[in-house]
Design a protein around this ligand. Sequence first.
Ligand code: SF4
Length: 427
Amino acid sequence: MSACATSPAALRPVLAERGQREVFCGLTGIVWLHRRIQDAFFLVVGSRTCAHLLQSAAGVMIFAEPRFATAIIEERDLAGRADLDDELDRVATRLIARRPDIRLLFLVGSCPSEVIRLDLGRAAARLEERFERSPRVLAYSGSGIGTTFTEGEDACLSALVPTLAPTLAPAGREAPARLLVVGALADVVEDQFRRLFAALGIGPVDFLPARRADAMPPIGSGTRYVLAQPFLGETATALERRGAVRIAAPCPLGAEGTRLWFESIAAAFGIDPALADGVLSPPARRAAAALAAPRARLAGRRVFLFPDSQLEIPLARFLARECGMILTEVGTPFLNRRLMAPDLALLPAGAQLAEGQDVERQLDRCRAARPDLVVCGLGLANPLEAEGFATKWSIELVFSPIQGFEQAADLAALFARPLARRALLEV
Ligand code: SF4
């Protein structure tokens, strides 16, 4: 089956819900973005709540030099906006004076009303001028009012896109084709992907975000981009505005998903299918073999996915097709049918899709379905565990390297582990 055709499965009905949500805000993305862009600093302009969220999401991390912080805007700052601007300038200037290693400073907005009133875009432009573009200063919002969990990365990357250099074309000629892989990946995954692209003869290959601020890729009409994460709708739009063309592909999760992802890219670059088969078959076979052990625990078990990370649809595809799980409900905070079409087309018929959330109603449906495993956010996991459900925290899926052939079995094991733990408890 073509993964990218619009099949009846891709057009399946979706239960749309608008009610109380139980999700983290976009600030959470800082936890994995600061690991990826190794000379960036994320300065959250927010409240003590924001500082606490970041600390708890980041867990116990010991840094010689931390690379995120919160400039706490308190009630006493409400006297006037000019004071807030001055205060922010003072904090940023002190930071840059102390930390000349910072090459890219992000001002990250949050929910408090006094922060919303601040024009962080203007503040970023003002500071960048003051620092003579060293470092670059960009702004985006991670506010819980406007963003959920993974949208923080989308907001961050779409703020980066306008700053990318244009690709250069020889006089009178089209810019040569180059591949751009979009979405923050663990370095180990990037290295594996680079090796496979080299074996396929695809290049040059860039990754957005790059590991360092001065290595951000150029972009232009020769750029063919592919998403490595499904939650980057704004970034995709920003890239297309710069002339990049998307390669539609399912997410590179699991042996099948990764193979289809590479095959879609290889086809877009005109690579001989026999060559692609020769390069991709050995790692795909190894990944499928490694999946056998976790699959033995997962096959035939029922899974319910609450909307949280926006990875739910590709995960559901992986859990159903490669791990033999039965999907009861697949929730997603937003459904971008254009970007998700290749994964939607591969979902088994009969899986209930839900977009948005009305958490109490969804909890009722979950209890009625009695799944063996619930994939959900931290806020729901503890109460559900107390009710006897095995749960998997979806936040772990964005903190762990899960893409690619070599991670397929580890990804399945993340879901098998809560079932194994519960089986031990029941003995
Ligand atoms: S941005 Fe809003 S939702 Fe997120 S931690 Fe700060 S106050 Fe809470």
